[in-house]
Write a protein that binds this ligand. Structure first.
Ligand code: ADP
Ligand code: MN
Ligand code: MN
Ligand code: MN
Ligand code: MN
Length: 379
């Protein structure tokens, strides 16, 4: 039975409760039945690259509901707004930006009945904000695209930094660890740093119902990867954004900040990427290798356009060393981790499947990668 304001007021009126006591009871009760909605959005600044390594690209604020909304349908949740002049998305004299729910998932941090609401950003006139790359992707999805049901698997790499100092987690103070080699997919206290955060993040992604498909320790110590997918284009962007927010948020509890900077440590250390695995219906079926090769041919002609939107600072990562292809070269290969586009060996053996675009940097906007891959290969 609801413990309503009216009933409390009646108790106060009848002299059975003081207003202060009634207020305390109401507060306790509302905490128990109320609902917190964490509204998330992307500020369009590619985090680390625009703001410095220790800061990120996600924003959020909490809306409290007295009466929980029992739904995961974005249309059932109200639009909201925020001060765009404080996120670099508006001028001070006309600063309201609107956030419109696009994906609703259970909140793994607060638990039920609380929810996380991924939003897209609109300008005051209701048009998509210039940073709203989701709307640009949605505008491209026509019947032809839907018929090919494109799927994406996104390998989100990141680097863990110590709170405050910004040094890489696990590295000796003022120095360097042993050269790369023992760390990738490693185990043991001298090989792997930050596993509790990586595990907690994976757990949270699963509890939120995201399509996370795995995690691994990366080549540079303190560097990690998780994968989202395979999912469709809009779900990819939404899930990557929610998973990034969770990574930053859970990092608060561990005193670790995670950066998507494409080259967090200069020199002989791997950069940080977001390999994007991509397939269409035709590629996924017997005989699909022809469609994979046709897509690669098209991608070879739009290399510069893709590179220009594949993450800020990516030129420091795509050097031709450290499992990358030089930024000015387009090359594909089977099982070749020095290529721009890799055909995984199992795909080559079967003759169908998917391709891997190895060019995107870790700080890339996932909606943008999906848009470019669809535009180049399907339209
Ligand atoms: P790598 O060997 O490059 O490290 P990973 O195992 O980290 O590869 O990532 C491969 C990704 O490809 C996973 O996210 C997986 O879900 C995704 N994937 C698998 N099949 C497909 C497909 N048909 N289309 C798109 N992505 C796919
Ligand atoms: Mn305020
Ligand atoms: Mn991987
Ligand atoms: Mn990797
Ligand atoms: Mn990969």
């Amino acid at each position: 039975m609801a413990f309503t304001m009216q009933r409390l007021n009646a108790r106060v009126a009848a002299g059975r409760a003081t207003p202060a006591r009634a207020g305390r009871r109401l507060a306790v009760r509302v905490n128990a039945v109320g609902q917190k909605l964490e509204y998330l959005w992307y500020d369009g600044q590619e985090g680390t690259a625009a703001k410095g390594m220790m800061f990120n690209e996600m924003r959020s604020k909490t809306k409290c509901m007295m009466k929980p909304i029992e739904s995961l349908n974005p249309a059932d949740f109200p639009d909201w707004s925020y001060d765009g002049s404080s996120t670099g998305q508006a001028k001070g004299n006309n600063s309201d930006c609107i956030i419109k729910p696009v994906r609703v998932v259970p909140d793994p941090i607060r638990g039920a009945p609380h929810l996380m609401i991924m939003c897209e950003v609109l300008s005051p006139n209701g048009e998509p904000h210039p940073t709203n790359t989701r709307a640009q992707l949605a505008a491209l999805i026509n019947e032809k695209v839907e018929a090919e049901a494109p799927l994406f698997g996104f390998e989100q790499e990141y680097t863990m930094l110590n709170k405050g100092t910004g040094t890489v987690l696990g590295w000796p103070e003022g120095g360097y660890p042993a050269p790369q080699g023992p760390f990738y997919c490693g185990v043991g206290t001298n090989s792997v740093f930050g596993r509790p955060l990586a595990e907690a993040h994976m757990e949270a992604c699963l509890a939120a119902g995201l399509t996370i498909s795995g995690i691994n320790a990366e080549v540079m110590p303190g560097q990690w990867e998780y994968q989202i997918g395979p999912v469709g284009p809009l779900a990819l962007g939404d899930e990557v954004m929610i998973s990034r927010w969770l990574l930053h948020r859970i990092g608060e509890d561990y005193g670790i900040s995670c950066t998507f900077d494409p080259k967090p440590v200069k020199g002989d250390w791997n950069g940080t990427g977001a390999h994007t695995n991509y397939s269409t219906e035709t590629m996924r079926n017997p005989g699909g290798m022809d469609a994979i090769m046709a897509a690669i041919e098209k991608l070879s002609k739009t290399h510069a356009e893709h590179i220009s939107q594949y993450g800020t600072g990516n030129e420091q990562r795509l050097t031709g060393k450290h499992e990358t292809c030089d930024i000015n070269t387009f090359r594909f290969g089977v099982a070749d981790r020095g290529s721009s586009i890799r055909i995984p060996l199992p795909v080559q053996l079967k003759g169908y499947g998917y391709l891997e675009d190895r060019r995107p940097a870790a700080n890339v906007d996932p909606y943008t990668v999906a848009r470019l891959l669809i535009k180049t290969t399907l339209l």
